[in-house]
Design a protein. Structure first.
Length: 655
């Protein structure tokens, strides 16, 4: 029937189907957001949202002028050393024997497809009122935005005051290592400080770490420490007079594995002794972050030389990185320098994470774990950096053995085709989400802010899409280490994260993750998912979790609640007959790598029973949440904790 004919106009609107072109466009939009299968995107959906946008109320007026309060600083989070937040004895809040790994029995996700789910009609999940302001803020999911009036969306007030769930990792360097600079970064939104051991001495990094701990105490904020190893890199050698050399397109030159050779425009030394054996004619070699592209013409294994042709005009300096795309390099995962850095600095100075560079298989992670256990660093968590094709092939094994993953797009982008980077990022984030393990998206997120006060539009979209993909953390490298606007970069990234987070359909995301978990579920994971569902049903303002090591809170965060998860770490006291140790500080800092978690540390006091202890901690945590603006009188919170041998989920009305 011609849609323009009178007969077509007599057909009820509900029975009409969109045109073929309309279905194709709708399918493309939904597939772009990786949320709705193409087969269902063409179906018309009933509109449950009214024409006006849903609203949420944020932060009380008394906090609006206080930058520290506005960003959650009213909570006295655990700094270095840990600050007292709530007082109670170290009762048995959760049984470690019943704690299960956050990645327990995840459903296998094939590497050939992105896991998608049908969003359908957006579920009405309003942000709770963190306090009463009388102002309305945008909180509407992407599927609903596609049906909304674009002008009304753009005119909606900013979400800059909503609590940020996605954490920010900042690399410390010359632009960000003084106490004053670090205090500004903490207030702007830094959650994890990255120490790049590819550069600098132990003395240099110790000075930065000391300043960081002083800044944490001054601001009352918690910040985790991540040690990033140099890893098994391949680098070019020295050049004559130390001056860069110019390479001309089409020019032939020789690469030698004799690293003592001083190079020039005709001969360049490389540090990988098996290069002549591992590369073959036609292979590409990339140098200086990909700015130099070479094609292999011939190899001489006995002489250790490779004849190459330059594919572009470029200038190269000394000791530049070198990549062999598609080649399985024969290098150890842990170099002597890495061992010295991990044992001599990481374990000695109680860092929270080791970011292991160029992890290629699961056994690499086990070797690092053995090193940490033997050196007394068993509490340090391992974040595997996937930076090459071999790591992608073995990603499932790497994820199983790791405590988290970093999507290191810099070196990865030189190892795999550029057009495949987005797919690798989405797949890795999806798999980490399904396993309930934190994932960090890194490299060139706001690269232009090294020199400019504003990011490019593409960079802003990149950060937002990483949040929509499900990343737990986004990372800044040169932007904060050596950039001209380190604090501005963190502030801009915080704003982008907030705007992206309120566009997520948390209810549909919860159902998608829940569907990936096999039945029967582990008891603790069942409790965690039930706590999130309860918070959705009662429109709770907050989820409060009492924990010893953080595994319960990480399981709650796995199901991506729409509200913050206030994680109260109850310390445990242990002894070996000679010394006493109190745990809790490191797990509290480590919570800063998991999306949505807000760590607090309890302090011991003598109480008669575990019930008294739990009630005291819970009431103190609620008082701090009210003071920080996370909840208000008249609302309710969902609490998850243990009393004796029983796990309890309860709804608490806030007086």
């Amino acid at each position: 029937v011609d849609p323009r004919s009178p007969r077509a106009r007599t057909v009820p609107k509900r029975a009409r189907q969109p045109s073929l072109r309309g279905r194709i466009i709708a399918s493309d939009i939904m597939q772009a957001h990786a949320r709705v299968p193409a087969a269902r995107s063409a179906l018309p959906r009933p509109a449950r949202y009214p024409s006006r946008l849903r609203a949420s109320t944020i932060i009380p007026p008394s906090c609006l002028g206080d930058n520290n309060c506005r960003r959650g600083g009213g909570l006295r989070r655990t700094p270095f050393p840990a600050a007292s937040v709530v007082r109670a004895s170290a009762g048995d809040q959760e049984s470690t024997s019943r704690d299960v790994s956050a990645g327990a029995q995840p459903r296998d996700v094939s590497a050939g497809a992105v896991v998608t789910s049908d969003v359908g009609t957006a579920y009405d999940v309003r942000m709770p009122s963190y306090a009463r302001t009388g102002k309305n803020f945008l909180n509407i999911s992407i599927p609903t935005l596609l049906n909304a009036d674009l002008g009304s969306v753009m005119d909606a007030p900013s979400c800059a005051l909503t609590p940020k769930k996605t954490h920010i990792v900042c690399t410390l360097g010359p632009s960000s290592r003084t106490v004053d600079d670090l205090e500004k970064l903490l207030r702007a939104g830094m959650s994890v400080a990255r120490f790049n051991f590819s550069h600098g001495t132990h003395e240099y990094h110790l000075e930065s770490l000391t300043n960081l701990r002083r800044a944490c105490v001054n601001t009352g904020k918690v910040c985790a420490v991540l040690l990033d190893t140099k890893g098994p890199e391949i680098r070019t050698g020295t050049l004559r007079d130390g001056e860069p050399v110019s390479l001309v397109r089409g020019k032939e030159l020789t690469l030698t594995t004799d690293y003592s050779v001083v190079g020039d425009e005709n001969l360049i030394a490389v540090s990988y002794q098996w290069m002549a054996r591992d590369v073959k004619c036609g292979d590409n070699i990339l140098m200086a972050d990909g700015s130099v592209m070479l094609e292999v013409l011939s190899t001489d294994v006995d002489a250790g030389t490779v004849r190459v042709k330059c594919l572009n005009n470029a200038t190269i300096g000394e000791r530049k990185n070198c990549n062999l795309p598609g080649v399985a390099v024969d290098l150890p995962t842990l170099t002597e320098k890495d061992l010295h850095d991990i044992i001599g600095f990481g374990v000695v100075h109680d860092v929270d994470f080791i970011a292991a560079s160029f992890v290629r298989k699961g056994s690499d992670v086990l070797k690092i774990r053995d090193v940490l256990d033997n050196a007394g660093g068993s509490s340090i968590r391992i974040i595997s950096k996937v930076e090459n094709q071999e790591g992608l092939v073995n990603f499932d094994d790497i994820l199983e053995e790791s405590d988290g993953v970093m999507v290191a797009r810099g070196d990865l982008g030189m190892e795999i085709p550029t057009e495949k980077i987005f797919l690798a990022q989405k797949l890795m984030i999806e798999k980490c989400n399904a396993a309930g393990k934190p994932v960090v998206t890194a490299t060139q997120m706001l690269e232009s802010m090294v020199k400019n006060p504003r990011p490019t539009r593409a960079e802003a979209t990149d950060v937002a899409n990483a949040v929509l993909d499900g990343t737990d953390c986004v990372m800044l490298s040169g932007e904060t280490a050596a950039g001209a606007f380190p604090v501005d970069a963190v502030r801009v990234m915080s704003k982008i994260c907030r705007e992206a987070e309120v566009s997520i359909d948390h209810y549909q995301l919860f159902k998608t993750i829940l569907a990936q978990v096999p039945i029967p579920m582990q008891p603790l994971e069942s409790l965690a998912s039930s706590a999130v569902r309860t918070a959705q049903k009662v429109r709770a303002a907050l989820i409060v979790v009492l924990t010893h090591g953080g595994s319960t809170a990480r399981l709650v965060a796995k199901y991506r609640p729409a509200v913050p998860v206030l994680t109260v770490f109850v310390p445990t006291l242990t002894t070996d007959s000679l010394t006493w140790q109190c745990s809790g500080e490191s797990p509290a800092r480590q919570a800063n790598l998991t999306r949505g978690l807000i760590p607090l540390l309890a302090e011991g006091s003598a109480r008669a029973t575990d019930t008294d202890t739990t009630d005291e901690i819970l009431h103190a945590a609620i008082d701090h949440a009210k003071a920080a603006g996370y909840c208000a009188s008249g609302e309710c919170i969902v609490a998850l904790h243990r009393i004796g041998n029983a796990s309890v989920i309860k709804i608490v009305n806030i007086p």
